[in-house]
Write a protein that binds this ligand. Structure first.
Ligand code: DAH
Length: 353
């Protein structure tokens, strides 16, 4: 076969291969095979010197023509294939906006946080401000400055977690560590009276700790809100009026309060406050153990000895104090019978409130 015919033949086969290429990769392979450095058409261009003279003009013309045809066909086919590939990619990446979304679990504030805020809000509404204390406390503030010296029987009412150093060594004159997890927020009273002069009107929310095993009415860690008012001329009547107001705000205007004499080391006289049972309305039921009343908090008039520790003149000033358990208030408000339910983290339970 004449060389020019071989070239034409190669051109025809190449055009067919271009048509048959199903994607840009296959097309590129055809280009390299024919027009690349080692390509079959390139070989004819390079071999022109060896073509017999009389065929050279004809072969040269044919190679050029075929090369142009091949290049045109390559670019035309490339455009078609590249467009198709782009369309395919867009189709594959498409987002189906008609799919229903996945519901997000939205958290809410825990009941105990909300009740704590509710309690402090009620007192802020009548002129109290919020104070905070420390959970790791010293024996002095948790007990002693609250008129509860070592060996005082009231200490056994609050079984205490003591903090020891890493060697287990307890540095104390009494054989027990002086550092402890506070058993009550009452220590905030002692701090505030050291730092502020009367008039003092504060509430102090916070966590407290006791060596109790969790059961329906005890938790080893729970929350309290402490209250303290110190001013000239404060009476037991002010205490009763304030707590009566608080209870009606918290539980509803139909609820009654009752003050029962009690003992706390830091108040004299002291009382426990009961509220009429929210379930039976005071007739007596299982929740209130048939009495019609449930206990909500402890309170009393600040003991002059406590003023003594803080250098406040008990002849000039008097005051009242109170302390309540937040979990207990929550249980009474929502008739929950087991404190542990508040901590179990079961969304089916917590969502009710
Ligand atoms: N701190 C007491 C307790 O944890 C509660 C209490 C009672 C606080 C009487 C007071 C108070 O401020 O006056 O049981």
């Amino acid at each position: 076969m004449a060389i020019a015919d071989e070239v034409k033949d190669l051109g025809a086969k190449t055009l067919a291969a271009i048509d048959a290429a199903s994607d840009t990769d296959a097309l590129e392979k055809v280009r390299v095979d024919v027009l690349g450095k080692q390509g079959s058409l390139t070989a004819y261009l390079r071999g022109m010197g060896k073509v017999p003279k009389e065929e050279r003009a004809e072969v040269g013309k044919t190679v050029n023509t075929v090369r142009n045809q091949v290049q045109d066909a390559l670019s035309a086919r490339h455009e078609v294939l590249a467009n198709a590939e782009l369309d395919a990619r867009i189709a594959a990446d498409a987002v189906d906006i008609t799919l229903p979304g996945r519901a997000q679990q939205v958290g809410t504030r825990h009941l105990i946080s909300r009740i704590t805020d509710e309690i402090t809000d009620i007192f802020m509404g009548i002129g109290f401000s919020v104070a905070s204390g420390r959970e790791v406390e010293t024996d002095y503030y948790n007990f002693e400055a609250l008129n509860t010296p070592p060996d005082h029987p009231a200490r056994s009412m609050q079984d205490t977690f003591y903090v020891v150093d890493r060697t287990g060594h307890q540095s104390s004159v009494r054989g027990e560590s002086d550092v402890l997890l506070r058993t009550q927020t009452s220590g905030v009273q002692a701090h505030v009276m050291e730092e502020q002069k009367p008039p003092i009107y504060i509430v102090a929310p916070g966590k407290v700790y006791r060596r109790d095993v969790a059961d329906p009415s005890h938790l080893p860690q729970f929350n309290q809100v402490e209250g303290l008012a110190v001013d000239e001329g404060i009476t037991f009547g002010d205490l009763k009026g304030t707590l009566d107001f608080f209870i009606k705000q918290m539980f509803g205007p139909e609820r009654k309060t009752r003050f029962r004499p009690h003992y706390f080391p830091f108040t004299e006289p002291s009382a426990e406050v009961d509220v009429s049972c929210g379930i039976c309305g005071g007739k007596g039921c299982r929740f209130c153990k048939g009495t019609g009343w449930v206990e909500v908090l402890g309170c009393g008039m600040v003991d002059p000895n406590v003023f003594g520790y803080a250098d406040i003149d008990p002849e000039k000033y008097s005051g009242f104090a109170f302390g309540m358990g937040v979990e207990r208030i929550a249980c009474l408000k929502y008739n929950v019978s087991d404190l542990r339910d508040l901590l179990a983290g079961d969304m089916r339970f917590l969502r009710q409130f």
